[in-house]
Design a protein around this ligand. Structure first.
Ligand code: AVI
Length: 322
């Protein structure tokens, strides 16, 4: 039998993750990376401009204000890899500052083809910046960038912005940063965006906005299961929920079943029973103190270089040296 095509293998890995997650007890869960199909990525873009969600605007202010200082602290950088292609706006300021004196190559790494194309288009006009997108998961993409692009002695800046690190559980975040560190060399740098702890009502509002965009983003995950795995979720029978877990220091998104129901997921070969009120946990967004961020970098093998914060919406971008 011929080896299955990549698209088929991806679909079966997706189906297997879904089967494992939805048969987990006592808490059903789905990996948050599956929130980002093309529609999910577009809904996330909409989230970034919601009045309740201050994360993206805070980071834009931080990076816009400090782009030149950042560029002065990484003077030799000519290769930039961004994990997640990000919004063109905040990345643009950094690329402009870095390319003021020399030509640079910018490699956005992104799993969603639409988000990657959007980023390539948004930043493709910068005069001394060559853009080369990588449609991969983060670590696979970074590995490729390093293997294919890095010339001898070239300095690499890795950007991991938007507090996407917060979507990893704390231990997994430390391991992930350590894996990034292993792909880097001394003299390279990492800029890490992290959303800081703030009062619970502010956090809950940011993840349960009045216009219902975050609810649509969360429910779209079930829509994706219907479209791609032949599931028969009735999206109207599930409700979006955001709750803060003070022990984990994380805001969690769940989908709550409005009634007892059974859902068939054809490609996963299973039927899942939901009791009324039962939830599927779909995402955790960890929130940090400044010390947490420094500690995370430290245990991953980085040295803290500089940190900038936003006064309006507590958020930090931290520059680490490899
Ligand atoms: C991508 N990530 C950092 C967002 C966050 O804040 O955790 C995803 C998100 N989920 C709901 N709103 C935004």
């Amino acid at each position: 039998m011929a080896y299955p095509k990549l698209a088929d293998r991806k679909r079966s890995a997706f189906a297997e993750d879904v089967r494992l997650g939805l048969t987990r007890t006592p808490q059903k869960e789905l990996p948050s990376k599956y929130l980002y199909d093309d529609l999910g990525s577009a809904l996330f873009d909409a989230i970034t401009v919601l009045p309740e969600y201050g994360v993206t605007r805070a980071e834009e202010r931080v990076l816009t204000t400090h782009a030149n200082e950042l560029a002065r602290l990484v003077p030799e950088t000519t290769l930039v890899a961004e994990l997640g292609s990000g919004s063109g706006r905040k990345t643009r300021r950094i690329l402009e500052a870095l390319s003021a004196r020399r030509r640079i190559t910018y490699c956005p790494i992104e799993i969603s083809p639409a988000a990657l194309a959007h980023c390539e288009q948004a930043l493709g006009d910068l005069a001394r910046v060559d853009v080369a997108g990588y449609q991969y998961e983060y670590l696979d993409g970074l590995k490729r960038v390093v293997e294919e692009r890095r010339r001898d002695g070239e300095r690499l800046l890795v950007m991991f912005l938007g507090s996407t690190i917060g979507n990893f559980r704390r231990l997994a975040a430390a391991h992930f940063l350590r894996d990034i560190r292993h792909l880097m060399r001394p003299g390279d740098a990492l800029i890490l965006g992290a959303d800081l702890l703030k009062p619970e009502p502010v956090l809950v509002g940011a993840y349960d906005d009045a216009a219902g965009v975050t609810a649509a983003f969360n429910l779209n995950l079930l829509g994706r299961l219907n479209r791609e795995l032949g599931a028969n979720f009735d999206l109207r029978q599930f409700a979006h929920e955001a709750r803060f877990d003070p022990v984990a220091g994380a805001i969690e998104m769940h989908l709550r079943s409005k009634r007892d129901q059974a859902v068939r997921i054809e490609a996963a070969g299973c039927t899942i029973n939901f009791a009324e009120g039962e939830t599927i946990w779909t995402e955790a967004s960890h929130k940090y103190t400044l010390e947490d961020v420094a500690y995370m970098g430290d245990v991953a093998g980085f040295s803290w270089t500089a940190q900038w914060t936003d006064a309006e919406w507590p958020f930090a971008d931290t520059l680490f040296a490899a």
